[in-house]
Design a protein around this ligand. Structure first.
Ligand code: NAD
Ligand code: ADE
Length: 511
């Protein structure tokens, strides 16, 4: 501890949840010289992207897609004067696509000071990132990041001037939330034991996170504790991120309020379902150029994403087999006419295998070894651990990269399989994710959630969007599709016990 001389006074102002930190610059020995260590936990960069010259292409695509995102444009109009996010620092960790660029510009329009990173190493559209960087918004994302770069980008997005943290977070899958919580835990350990724990995990990505947190700790051993009082809350985009939050509530470790965007009806019943119904095929076809008609596709999981994926493949003329662990979802699949089987029983039948479960170890190395020659394996769930990619890479199978995000593995017996996007979400890794219109429904919920958090500053817990707002999001998008909604009469409304202007369903209703 000799050279680490700290003088810190921390004052937490409970009322307005602001925190002041004063810290003497650390002095670090480098060779013979005493060098002043940089104060910031990150390098000061305006942005980090692939190529700023792509900004014009990105802007043109943004201009086109804005017309397909009526929800976001309506919210810009609605809040143009009141600017409900003015004065708030907002971090985003969500696929840096054209649609996300329009979300970012909406959040900025509402007044937020935004920093952004992608939530997947392959999902950035470099032209979208360039267009955002061009507007002087700090964005840290490019297609094909390494895991180290990915987590550095997340840290950059979470670190505002003077090492301040965000007030608000838009998360997709929970990585920004995870980094904060893990950093906080590490500081607690250090404060208790006076040393840092050894890194014991063998999981590559966990090692990367642990190393990054130790780097931060070396620069400021109280960084995460110092930013938490400023965090008003996070809005979480996806099923897997919400599951992580729910686990944190269960083990009482959640440190700030969270808004469950995924379970808004106009998110999961549209994006997860209709979004994947189009973007799954887009990903498979762009990377493999395969004819889908007549192929046998095995869809693992029949939740919202599985339903969209199975429907999509069926619509192309594929024979679809579904695997499920939940009897209700399995019965739904069977009654839609899908064959419901166990994965191990159909390995020699499938031409294409898609995981959609949000669960781990769905397709194991053992499964892959037993697949038909030339089988295509991909995942559309949030994380790549649905497929045992690490085990495959460590196996004796020979890997050839045909092109980025398309790998061929040859097993010892000569059989080959193709793995798309290294097991990461195929629609964003091999294509550009969902189309703008459906992302407008998802992102309208994100904006409403951010406005809710900023306005209400709720207590720690998980919050849902009121049904009335969900209906509003649907109403805006209906207009765009030239649909005419029937209006209830007063008598009808009284008869079914609802108000003429909604909400029309009870909270428990499942669409
Ligand atoms: P969901 O909970 O509605 O569906 C998952 C289904 O998988 C459930 O029905 C569950 O019973 C089933 N399942 C779990 N373990 C299984 C196993 N071992 N074998 C077979 N089935 C199993 O979740 P969802 O909303 O459909 O989301 C699924 C995943 O997709 C999540 O990780 C989510 O975050 C992600 N997602 C991705 C995109 C995208 O654009 N790629 C979009 C939305 C959601
Ligand atoms: N998730 C799925 N598709 C997406 C897109 N186009 N942009 C951002 N997130 C997404």
């Amino acid at each position: 501890m000799g050279e680490h001389r700290y003088k810190r006074s921390i004052k937490i102002l409970r009322g307005n949840m602001r925190l002041q930190t004063t810290e003497k610059n650390k002095l670090v020995k480098t060779g013979n010289k005493m060098k002043k260590q940089s104060k910031s936990i990150v390098e000061s960069l305006p942005f980090k992207i692939k190529d700023i010259k792509l900004a014009k292409l990105g802007r043109d695509k943004i201009d086109i897609s804005e017309k397909e995102m009526p929800g976001l444009m309506e919210l810009r109009r609605k809040y143009s004067k009141s600017k409900p996010l003015k004065g708030f620092r907002l971090t985003g960790s969500l696929h840096m696509t054209i649609e996300t660029a329009i979300l970012i510009e909406t959040l900025k329009d509402l007044g937020a000071d935004v920093r952004w990173a992608s939530c997947n190493i392959f999902s950035t559209q470099d032209e979208a990132a360039a267009a955002i960087a061009k507007t002087k918004t700090p964005v840290f994302a490019w297609k094909g990041e390494t895991l180290e770069e990915y987590w550095d980008c997340t840290l950059q997005a979470l670190t505002f001037k003077n090492d301040l943290g965000p007030n608000l977070i838009v998360d997709d899958g929970g990585d920004a939330t995870l980094l904060i919580h893990k950093g906080y835990e590490l500081e607690n350990y250090f404060n208790k034991y006076g040393k840092l724990p050894k890194i014991t995990t063998k999981v590559d990505e966990e090692v990367v996170i642990e190393k990054l947190l130790r780097k931060v700790h070396k620069k400021n051993s109280n960084h995460w504790h110092s930013i938490i009082p400023d965090i008003i809350g996070v809005s979480e985009e996806t099923t897997t991120g919400v599951a992580r939050l729910q686990q944190m509530v269960e083990d009482a470790s959640l440190l700030f309020p969270a808004f469950n965007v995924n379970d808004a009806a106009t998110k999961s019943k549209f994006d997860n379902l209709y979004g994947c119904r189009e973007s799954l095929a887009d990903g498979i076809k762009r990377s493999t150029e395969i004819m889908l008609a007549g192929k046998t596709v095995v869809v693992c999981g029949y939740g919202d994403v599985g339903k969209g994926s199975a429907q999509s493949m069926k619509s192309y003329g594929c024979k679809v087999i579904v695997t499920e662990i939940d009897p209700i979802c399995a019965l739904q699949a069977a009654m839609e006419g899908f064959e419901v089987r166990r994965l191990e029983d159909v390995l020699d039948r499938g031409n294409i295998f898609v995981t959609t479960t949000g669960n781990k170890d769905i397709i194991t190395l053992k499964h892959m070894k037993k697949m038909k020659d030339q089988a295509i394996v991909c995942n559309i769930g949030h994380f790549d651990n649905e497929i045992q990619v690490d085990a495959l890479n460590k196996s004796s199978a020979k890997r050839d990269q045909i092109k980025p995000q398309l790998d061929r593995y040859t097993f010892k017996n000569g059989k080959q399989i193709f793995l798309l996007a290294e097991g990461r979400l195929v629609n964003l890794g091999c294509a550009t994710g969902h189309a703008s219109f459906v992302m407008s429904t998802s992102f309208s919920n994100q904006v409403l959630a951010q406005v809710f958090l900023a306005k209400n500053k709720p207590k720690t817990g998980i919050y849902d969007l009121p049904r009335k707002l969900d209906e509003e999001v649907a109403r805006i998008h209906l207009k765009h599709l030239d649909a005419d909604l029937t209006k209830l009469t007063k008598k009808q409304a009284d008869y079914i016990g609802v108000k003429i202007n909604g909400p029309y369903k009870k909270d428990e209703y499942r669409y």
